[in-house]
Design a protein around this ligand. Structure first.
Ligand code: ACM
Length: 536
């Protein structure tokens, strides 16, 4: 990274610190306490090792083994989709055929049954009940996302080698017991910046699969920024031809065609993950300004930008063509986005006055609504007093934000991404090669040690939709780089989003995390072996 990198962000954050918004929370201290495990931290009658921790679990001592006789039973087409996903994970490693069969009329012997009947209504749409006895496994849910969550749990109850894509010896035993499980927050998100560096369709699919594994249900794709425009807009083709042609450091960049984007959306949908596309504006727009002269106030194209400063670009607030441009972009993006949200950034708009920002955001938000989408913005969007339906994503590191708290009291819903805990592009320690450090160093314990429902002062948990990790890619170039920052911190935040507060003690979590490490070894995940965890 060059010397001026992040200077602007640091300056902004320094001024936040000066007015007392910084939390003292992030330590970046990773003393080696892995040998210091307390063996009685886990209650022995509970089913061990699942992340996120289930609401309740009881171990019964029996077990079921998946063998060549095992079938996957379903009673509906909706469940068959989840069953095929499960079979796709189990078949390569177990070498078993695991046929997906209609269970009507067949016995429950030797089966994994995925049923959309008989679950308690209290587990809602995403929860499930899982029972394992000597005859088989039964997962019951009210809706397919609940079955899918149950399948992710079952995956973790099997030996780690189940994650292999080649045949392994087994035996494929599942410990007997009962699990009742459902999420604390309806929103559990992860952001990925594909603008600073571009990542291939296959890399993003792998990212989605990792989110699914930890019961995350939203993917926020940061598609545009100063360094790159990554989504094809048919009515403005130069956005990708020119604006997509490079990235931080001057590499070749890239972009998703609309058909590739649809492919990602479908891949996510198959895993019950909603994609939220972000088109950042009015700042963070140099790639667009470099693509079309007419979007600039002076009518001249900007140069492409491959550095990492922020806060220097802006769409031309006073030009009518700016709003025609936004209308076209939002229309096209809305047409290929089945989810309810479009994120319009709104952060670090340092080149617009307060008055200009208000005027711009009023119009931008109405364009989103005109296309029947719900606007999401970084919390600065609240400065423009948007309609109450706008979701605000809090990202500063500190716990005090009176304006955000006031908006929350007035009915604005929040996504919690405090940079001190949920910005997983921060370095783990001073010696971490990848990542930034403007919000402090962030160990896996830091990522885990906050409460998304109670982070902001004077904000009630009912105003918080849930947590979201942010992964900015100024320093990240490959899927291996992404994995290094994601693991183990994404599973930490995923657990805060899913598990009841009473189940989220660090000492227990770090032991469960260690068992996940054996899975990541088999999956070839390039995770950071934090010395805070006793990895296998
Ligand atoms: C941000 O980190 N600028 C939202």
């Amino acid at each position: 990274m060059s010397d001026n990198d992040m200077l602007e962000r640091r300056n902004v954050l320094r001024s936040i610190a000066a007015i007392g918004l910084f939390s003292a929370g992030t330590s970046g201290v990773e003393g080696n306490i892995a040998g210091n495990q307390s063996s009685d931290a886990l209650a022995s009658d509970e089913i061990q090792g699942v992340v996120p921790a289930p609401v309740t679990s009881t171990s019964t001592g029996s077990e079921y083994a998946i063998t060549s006789d095992t079938a996957i039973h379903v009673e509906s087409k909706a469940a068959a989709g989840v069953a095929n996903y499960l079979a796709g994970i189990l078949r390569p490693s177990t070498g078993n055929e695991l046929p997906v069969v209609d269970a009507h009329g067949s016995g429950a012997e030797d089966s994994i049954s995925l049923l959309l009947t008989g679950a308690p209504t209290t587990v809602g749409e995403e929860g499930y009940r899982l029972n394992v006895n000597a005859h088989g496994v039964t997962i019951r849910a009210n809706e397919p996302p609940g079955l899918f969550a149950g399948v992710q749990t079952l995956r973790q109850l099997l030996p780690p080698t189940v994650e292999s894509d080649t045949e392994q010896p087994g035996p494929w035993t599942v410990p007997g017991g009962h699990i009742l499980d459902y999420p604390r927050f309806s929103y559990r998100g992860a952001h990925l910046d594909v603008a600073r560096h571009f990542f291939s369709v296959d890399s993003v699919k792998q990212y989605i699969e990792y989110l699914a594994q930890y019961k995350m249900n939203h993917l926020h794709l940061h598609l545009t920024d100063d360094q790159g425009w990554r989504i094809e807009i048919e009515s403005w083709p130069k956005l990708t031809e020119i604006g997509g042609s490079t990235e931080v450091g001057g590499g070749p960049g890239g972009y998703y065609t609309q058909s590739e984007y649809r492919e990602l959306v479908e891949y996510a949908q198959d895993r019950f993950i909603t994609v939220i596309p972000e088109i950042d504006m009015p700042g963070h727009t140099n790639a667009a300004l470099a693509s079309y002269a007419e979007l600039n106030c002076d009518g001249e194209r900007e140069d492409l930008y491959t550095g990492t400063s922020v806060g220097f670009s802006s769409l031309c607030v006073d030009k009518e063509i700016t709003y025609e441009f936004i209308d076209d972009v939002i229309r096209e993006v809305s047409e290929i986005t089945p989810g309810p949200y479009i994120h319009i950034g709104g952060d670090e708009a340092h080149e617009t006055s307060d008055e200009e920002y208000d005027e711009f955001m009023d119009r931008a938000v109405s364009i989103i609504e005109k296309h029947d989408k719900r606007p999401v913005g970084w919390h600065q969007i609240l400065n423009a007093d948007p309609p109450e339906s706008t979701v605000a994503q809090y990202w500063y590191p500190g716990q005090e934000a009176p304006d955000v708290a006031e908006a929350a009291r007035d009915g604005t819903e929040l996504i919690a991404s405090p940079a001190s805990h949920a910005y997983i592009d921060m370095k783990y320690t001073e010696n971490t090669e990848l990542g930034l450090d403007w919000a402090g160093l962030t160990t896996v314990k830091d990522a885990y040690s906050w409460d998304p429902g109670r982070f902001l002062e004077d904000v009630d948990e009912s105003a918080v939709k849930g947590p979201e990790t942010a992964l900015w890619s100024e320093t990240l170039e490959t899927l291996a780089d992404i994995e290094f920052m994601l693991f183990p911190r994404m599973p930490a935040v995923a657990e805060l989003g899913w598990s009841p507060e009473s189940r989220t003690a660090w000492e227990e979590f770090r032991q469960r995390l260690a068992t996940q490490g054996s899975r990541w070894d088999v999956q070839d995940v390039n995770y950071y072996e934090s010395p805070l965890v006793a990895w296998p």
